[in-house]
Design a protein around this ligand. Structure first.
Ligand SMILES: [Zn+2]
Ligand SMILES: [Zn+2]
Length: 204
């Protein structure tokens, strides 16, 4: 499993390794991240401003850009996507509907038919693992679930949601994130971005 953070040859970065030691098989079975998002680079800015900008125009524009990235990625990885019964998102803090709900549930035709909001949370997004704060609100028993989030920082939000889904009986949970946030510039050893390969096809 990879979050794409360069690890100097180790199997996992230290954060993923810590989650793994504590939660093991309850974590997402795999994590696919479309791109690295180093701080202050364009993608990191888009990922932050599409939700937080003061300007509705900027929010709309950046949401459209991210919708295009997701649509292009999912179109390319249609066969990988077909392994999933349910497409869902990591919920954001109480009361706010993540913009990805509209993107995946209405705008992208490949995901529209199998999209469901499967989770609610009682806490704001967290840097610590808190599976108990996520409640599964639809029956996911035996289902294969693609769990999508915009940004991976520590992975704690997505992995907490994945543990909740697994505990609710999901057969398989795979995380997909648009940007893997990095506090440092992307190192030369980073896996280059490739539209044609995701970690699901690589395993196939
Ligand atoms: Zn990692
Ligand atoms: Zn693929």
């Amino acid at each position: 499993m990879t979050c794409r953070r360069p690890t100097d040859g180790f199997a996992r970065c230290w954060q993923c390794n810590r989650h793994h030691r504590e939660f093991g098989a309850e974590l997402a079975d795999d994590v696919v991240s479309i791109s690295l998002a180093p701080k202050e680079k364009q993608l990191a800015r888009v990922l932050s401003q599409y939700k937080n900008s003061q300007s509705e125009h900027v929010k709309r524009k950046f949401t459209n850009e991210l919708a295009c990235v997701l649509a292009a990625f999912l179109a390319q990885h249609h066969p990988c996507l077909n392994e999933f019964d349910v497409v869902t998102v990591v919920p954001s803090s109480q009361g706010r509907t993540p913009p990805l709900v509209d993107v995946l549930g209405r705008r992208i035709s490949l995901t529209r038919g199998r999209f469901a909001e499967t989770l609610v949370t009682r806490s704001s997004n967290t840097r610590e693992m808190r599976p108990d704060h996520y409640e599964v609100i639809v029956d996911v028993r035996g289902k294969s679930v693609l769990l999508i989030d915009d940004t991976w920082t520590t992975g704690a939000s997505l992995q907490s949601a994945a543990v909740a889904l697994n505990r609710a009986g999901a057969a398989r949970v795979v995380g997909l994130v648009i940007g893997r946030h990095l506090d440092e510039p992307a190192p030369a050893t980073a896996i280059p971005f490739e539209w044609t390969v995701c970690s699901l096809c690589q395993q196939g």
